[in-house]
Design a protein around this ligand. Structure first.
Ligand SMILES: [Zn+2]
Length: 280
């Protein structure tokens, strides 16, 4: 188990951890010193080839009433042209799920923070040439504003990871007011995608927030104005990032950063006009 938030068990479901793309290209307005700044703040955040090192992971929440998977990573056999994520064949995600003591049919909800390819992949898997929901009894919660967006910009992801769930009658479009039981609610953080949400866990007086892609790495706590190249609306994403950082710094919530360097957990403190990351 990664941690316990009140009565809620949190399990890391790690699919991969390694170099992604060049940091300078990922954060185009961060300036020429971005690699030096990042590696001073987080040793190893950028590799020798200048690439940002990050995990791709989901978090499994066991609330006592529900089993909730937050984000479903890249998946196997998926079309990701021009990417290392094309047609993967890895048992790591499902092995991590099994290690949490969870069978696929025990997952009650799959909560997608947004519908990008590395958050919806294990929504489905390929069985006898057909895409089927990986979690046969789950409701798949999808931010309503992201569905038409992904249908337009990500036809492969839509066809492979979203449409089969919709056709199986397991998809539910949700707004940011959606809740699961008493413990899980959403924080609207639009910008990275139109419907992006972060996920709040509250139980027994404790609180944690799963960032999704509202923020990609901990140096963005100090530099929330750094735009990420895949933020759909970059100015809205900066506003959402600041809002999220203000929210968690005021509440003192534990932060689970979806793409933060492992172990991906810590707290955010206010620091002048920006914020400071304190890893657990
Ligand atoms: Zn994303």
């Amino acid at each position: 188990m990664l941690c316990r938030i009140g009565e809620v068990e949190v399990w890391r479901i790690l699919e991969m951890n390694g170099p992604f793309r060049e940091a300078e290209a990922l954060f185009p307005n961060a300036g020429p010193d971005v690699v030096r700044i990042m590696n001073e703040m987080v040793p190893g955040q950028v590799d020798a080839a200048g690439r940002l090192v990050l995990p791709v992971q989901g978090f499994l929440l066991k609330t006592g009433s529900h089993v909730v998977l937050v984000d479903a990573c890249v998946g196997n056999d998926k079309t990701n042209r021009f990417s290392d994520w094309h047609m993967r064949d890895s048992g790591r995600f499902m092995a991590a799920l099994a290690a949490s003591g969870t069978a696929p049919e025990e997952v009650d909800y799959v909560m997608c923070t947004h519908l990008h390819t590395d958050h919806v992949g294990w929504n489905t898997r390929l069985v006898d040439g057909r895409w089927v929901p990986t979690f046969p009894k789950a409701r798949y919660l999808m931010p309503a504003a992201d569905l038409p967006f992904m249908e337009e910009i990500g036809p492969d992801q839509y066809r492979e990871s979203l449409l089969p769930v919709i056709e199986a009658g397991q998809a539910e479009e949700v707004g940011s007011d959606f809740t699961i039981g008493d413990a899980i609610s959403l924080i609207p953080t639009p910008g990275h995608t139109p419907g992006h949400v972060s996920v709040r866990i509250r139980s027994g007086g404790a609180e944690a927030v799963i960032t999704g892609d509202a923020i990609h790495c901990t140096p963005q706590c100090a530099y929330p104005e750094w735009q990420f190249v895949y933020d759909a609306d970059k100015e809205a994403a900066v506003r959402a990032r600041r809002f999220l950082l203000e929210t968690v710094s005021e509440s003192g919530a534990r932060v689970l950063g979806t793409h933060f360097q492992l172990p991906s957990t810590g707290r955010v403190r206010a620091d002048g006009d920006a914020f400071r990351w304190e890893a657990d």
